[in-house]
Design a protein around this ligand. Sequence first.
Ligand SMILES: [Zn+2]
Length: 117
Amino acid sequence: MKLLNYDDILELLKRGAVVEAQEQFTALHGAATLRQLQISARSDQVHSHSMTTGLVQDGQLKSDGIAYYRVDNGKKTGPYCQRCYDAESRLEKMRAMDAATYLCCACKTQCPRNLCG
Ligand SMILES: [Zn+2]
């Protein structure tokens, strides 16, 4: 299958070829994901190099399976919304909604406070 670009896919949609456009988009998105993986594989090598110079920027984000936490100089901050980070690579700090619940203001994900951190 020939890989189209976004403009071609939009053109397909305009012509009503929704299924074909969908397939093309999936193919394109898959290719983009693969490229991103290749880029992050390269930046991993950069990180392991910078670790030896003491400049660790990544690997600071920890997950407890429900939310993410940042650890800066041994200090834990968070929780950060797992959904926003996984889906959009966005660090969204969760707020205490009540005594028992944290809430992400961006996507409204809730997590029980007794399970977070
Ligand atoms: Zn969120």
